[in-house]
Design a protein around this ligand. Structure first.
Ligand SMILES: Cc1cc2nc3c(=O)[nH]c(=O)nc-3n(C[C@H](O)[C@H](O)[C@H](O)COP(=O)(O)OP(=O)(O)OC[C@H]3O[C@@H](n4cnc5c(N)ncnc54)[C@H](O)[C@@H]3O)c2cc1C
Length: 400
C-alpha cells in the first residue's frame, strides 16, 4: 500500500467530500444505524445509497480492489470516515457479520476461489452472514462445541445446535465452527465451514427477548450439507481461524457507540438537572462523575486512534482489541447509566407520549448496552486474554 503524504491525503479528502455530496442522499442524514438489520425489503434512498457505496467499494474501504473493495490506505480510510461523519453519512452495509468478521477472516485464510466467490457479494451488500459459534453448552468455553461435521466423500454432513446466532433468520451464509475429529483434544479437531443457510437441513428459531425483539436465534443442523470447498483454513485447525474471527469481531466493537446523540451529555444534564449561578451543572457530584466519564471517553478515543494509526496492516486486528473492547464497553455502559440518571423519572419510559423519542431510545440503548460485556466474548474472557496473551501471566483458565 503506498504511503500517502499530507498533500495526497488532502486531495483524497476533497475527492471523498465531492463523492459524498454527489452520492449520499441528504434525506438519510443522521439516520445512521436505523433499519440496517433484518430481512425486509429496502427501497428508496437507502437502497440507492447501498448501491452507490457498494459499487464504489467504500463500505469496505481497505479491502483489495480485485474483490471489489476500495483499495484505500489506512490514513485514507480514516479521512473517508471523518468526511462521512461530517456529512452525517453512515455505512449502510454494516448489517450481519460479513464486513466486520467473515470477510476479514476470508481475506486472512481463504483460498483464491473462496475470496472470489464470497468477498464481492459482501462488498456490494448482496448477502448477509451470521456466525455459528456458541452452543447451549459452549459459550465462554467455546472449544467444548459439539456440532459435528462428518466427511461424506465429496461433501460434509452437519448435525448439531448453535445458539445466540445473531441474524440467522435473515442470513444467506453462516461461518460455523464444527467438530471434525471428536477423538482429538478439544481445541484440536475443530474446523471452520462456510455453510449455505438456504437448505432444508437448517432451521432457525428466533429467540424472543423481554423487549419483544428477536435479534438472534437457536440454529439447528439436521443432516445439513456443505461442499468440501466450504472448509476455511485447514481441517482440524479451525480453532486458529475461529480465534482470528473473534479478533476481528472485537476490533469492530471498540468504538464505544454513543447512540447517535448529537447534543453532548453535559448539555442534556444542564437541561434536566439545572444550573448554578455560574451556569454550571448544579449537582456537584453528578458534575464530577460526568467529567470523569468524559475523560475516560476521551482517553479511549485517543488510544483507539493511536492503535489504528500504529496498525501496520489495514486488516491488523490483534489481542489489543480485547483491551479496547473492554474499554469501549465501560465507556458506553457508563454513558448509558449517567443518561438514565440525568433523565430521572423520564428515564423510565418504554413507550407512550409521556416520553420523548430521545428518552425512549436511551432506555432501550441502556438495556441493549448490557449485551456489550457478553457478546464477542464476555468482559471476563477479555481479561483472561489480556492476562495470558498480552501480560504473559500464567494460564489459570482453559479459554483463549
Ligand atoms: C447480543 C448478543 C449477540 C450474540 N451473537 C452471537 C452470534 O452471532 N454467534 C454466536 O456464536 N454467539 C453469539 N452470542 C453469544 C456470546 O458469544 C456468548 O453469550 C458469550 O460468549 C458468553 O457465553 P455464555 O452466554 O454461554 O455465558 P457463560 O460462558 O456461561 O458465562 C457466564 C458467566 O461466567 C463467566 N465466565 C465463564 N467462563 C469464565 C472464565 N474462564 N473466567 C472468568 N469468567 C468466566 C462469563 O464471563 C459470564 O459472566 C451473542 C450474545 C449476545 C448477548
Amino acid at each position: 500500500m503506498p504511503d500517502f503524504g499530507s498533500d495526497q491525503l488532502e486531495d483524497f479528502r476533497q475527492e471523498a467530500r465531492a463523492w459524498l455530496a454527489a452520492n449520499f442522499p441528504p434525506t438519510l442524514k443522521g439516520s445512521g444505524g436505523q433499519a440496517l438489520e433484518g430481512g425486509g425489503e429496502v427501497g428508496g434512498d437507502l437502497a440507492a445509497w447501498r448501491r452507490a457505496i457498494g459499487q464504489k467499494g467504500w463500505a469496505t474501504p481497505t479491502w483489495p480492489p480485485e474483490y471489489g473493495g476500495g483499495g484505500l490506505s489506512g490514513p485514507q480510510a480514516r479521512v473517508l470516515a471523518q468526511e462521512m461523519a461530517k456529512a452525517g453519512a453512515f455505512n449502510p452495509l454494516m448489517f450481519g457479520m460479513g464486513i466486520t468478521m467473515i470477510g476479514p477472516t476470508i481475506l486472512d485464510y481463504g483460498t483464491e476461489a473462496q475470496k472470489q466467490k464470497h468477498l464481492p457479494p459482501i462488498v456490494r451488500g448482496e448477502v448477509q452472514w451470521c456466525v455459528g459459534y456458541s452452543e447451549p453448552n459452549a459459550g465462554s468455553d467455546l472449544a467444548s462445541l459439539q456440532t459435528r461435521a462428518v466427511d461424506a466423500g465429496d461433501h460434509w454432513v452437519i448435525n448439531g445446535q448453535k445458539t445466540w446466532t445473531s441474524g440467522a433468520q435473515y442470513s444467506d451464509w453462516c461461518g460455523c465452527l464444527v467438530r471434525t475429529d471428536p477423538s482429538a483434544k478439544k481445541h484440536d479437531g475443530i474446523s471452520f465451514l462456510l455453510i449455505d443457510m438456504h437448505q432444508p437441513g437448517i432451521e432457525t428459531r428466533p429467540i424472543a427477548l423481554i423487549a419483544g425483539a428477536s435479534p438472534f436465534c437457536e440454529t439447528f443442523f439436521t443432516d445439513a450439507v456443505a461442499p468440501k470447498e466450504a472448509l476455511l483454513g485447514q481441517i482440524n485447525v479451525g480453532w486458529t481461524v475461529g480465534k482470528r474471527l473473534l479478533q476481528h469481531e472485537r476490533a469492530s466493537q471498540t468504538g464505544a457507540p454513543g447512540g447517535g446523540r448529537t447534543v453532548p451529555l453535559p448539555e442534556i444534564a444542564k437541561r434536566y438537572c439545572g444550573v448554578d449561578a455560574k451556569g454550571r451543572l448544579e449537582d456537584q457530584d453528578l458534575r464530577t462523575r460526568l467529567v470523569r466519564h468524559q475523560m475516560d471517553a476521551r482517553a479511549h478515543g485517543l488510544t483507539l486512534a493511536r492503535a489504528m494509526a500504529e496498525a501496520k496492516e489495514a486488516n491488523g486486528a490483534t489481542n489489543a482489541a480485547s483491551v479496547l473492547k473492554n474499554s469501549a464497553t465501560h465507556v458506553a455502559q457508563t454513558r448509558a447509566e449517567l443518561t438514565l440518571e440525568i433523565f430521572g423519572h423520564q428515564g423510565l419510559g418504554w413507550s407512550g407520549e409521556a416520553f420523548s423519542g430521545e428518552e425512549i431510545e436511551s432506555v432501550r440503548g441502556w438495556l441493549f448496552g448490557k449485551a456489550m460485556s457478553i457478546y464477542g466474548g464476555s468482559a471476563e474472557i477479555q481479561n483472561n486474554i489480556i492476562s495470558k496473551r498480552i501480560l504473559g501471566l500464567p494460564d489459570t483458565t482453559q479459554s483463549s
